[in-house]
Design a binder for this molecule. Structure first.
Ligand SMILES: C[S@@+](CC[C@H](N)C(=O)[O-])C[C@H]1O[C@@H](n2cnc3c(N)ncnc32)[C@H](O)[C@@H]1O
Length: 275
């Protein structure tokens, strides 16, 4: 009997239920696709699409959207949401950003990956694949969290990693996708030199009808990286410290005028590559 080895990257995202976090990101997803010039008929690959935070609004603007994600549960959730919204021009399938076969070369006008491909291993392979499937003159747009940025998600990941066992030898931190020199190096190796790449700081806001502490609970129960941090912290009696650090973070960043609601902006690096 043969057993398929566990892919830790896939297991991390299938372990949780990112749809619960994505529910707080809908408005920002809609606003983003408007900002990046999605138009009717554009052929889009949304890579690391989750349940369609950007794929669905792009399809609503008339684009022809394929969402690819490594997590089976999120692909199912995306297809269900597309059906519920009556979007025949939006479909989801499983795939790995490090190897997008069987997707053909030059197939898309726009490859978008918002906090998606940054979480895949082998960043040079990821850049190569994104460039490969983009048509000449098309664009790759990535949204990447920035290491040491003081805003929400960079801080969640920083705090979580302090409680998680050290990664295996050779592991490349996803946060390196938030450093411009690394991005340039990876896309240059994929055939898209520095003068084809531009960077802007952009913002996603996490909106939730509950308190900041309730949102921390959602991250604890559904967001893979935070779940792993709590698993490790529970084993050495530090879960309460982690909970407190995250609650302090979420409360201090909350911009909602209502105490029982949450609205937290987070800064990211938006990368545009013209292929
Ligand atoms: C933080 S979530 C973002 C999801 C979505 N883009 C959004 O904004 O709601 C990261 C996503 O990347 C996906 N992902 C991680 N590694 C991947 C890989 N190697 N190939 C494809 N998708 C991947 C995860 O399954 C997850 O859906």
């Amino acid at each position: 009997m043969t057993t398929t080895p566990v892919n830790p990257n896939k297991a991390l995202w299938e372990k949780g239920d990112f749809t619960r976090i994505a529910a707080t990101m809908r408005e920002s997803g809609e606003a983003l696709v408007e900002r990046i010039g999605v138009t009717r008929g554009l052929k889009i690959l949304d890579l690391g699409c989750g349940d369609g935070t950007t794929a669905l609004p792009a399809a609503k603007l008339g684009a022809d959207v394929l969402g690819v994600d490594i997590a089976r549960n999120l692909v199912e959730a995306g297809n269900k949401r597309a059906r519920e919204h009556g979007l025949a021009n939006c479909r989801f399938q499983e795939g790995d950003a490090t190897n997008l076969q069987p997707l053909p070369d030059k197939a898309f006008d726009l490859v978008v990956s918002i906090f998606g491909a940054m979480f895949a291993p082998k960043p040079f392979d990821v850049a190569k694949e994104m460039v490969r499937v983009t048509r000449p003159g098309g664009r790759v747009i990535m949204g990447n969290w920035i290491p040491n940025d003081p805003t929400l998600v960079a801080q969640i990941l920083k705090i979580s990693s302090a409680y998680t066992p050290p990664p295996p030898e050779g592991f490349v931190s996803p946060m390196t996708w938030g450093i411009e020199s690394h991005v340039v190096e990876r896309f240059a190796a994929a055939g898209a030199p520095a003068d084809k790449i531009s960077f802007v700081r952009d913002t996603f806001t996490f909106d939730s009808p509950g308190t900041p502490s309730a949102l921390v609970d959602d991250f604890r129960r559904y967001y893979g990286p935070t779940m792993n941090a709590f698993d490790a912290a529970e084993k050495n009696g530090r879960a309460a410290n982690l909970q407190k650090e995250l609650e302090d973070l979420f409360n201090s960043h909350n911009k909602s005028p209502r105490k029982d609601a949450t609205s937290i902006p987070a800064t990211f690096l938006r990368v545009t590559v013209t292929v």
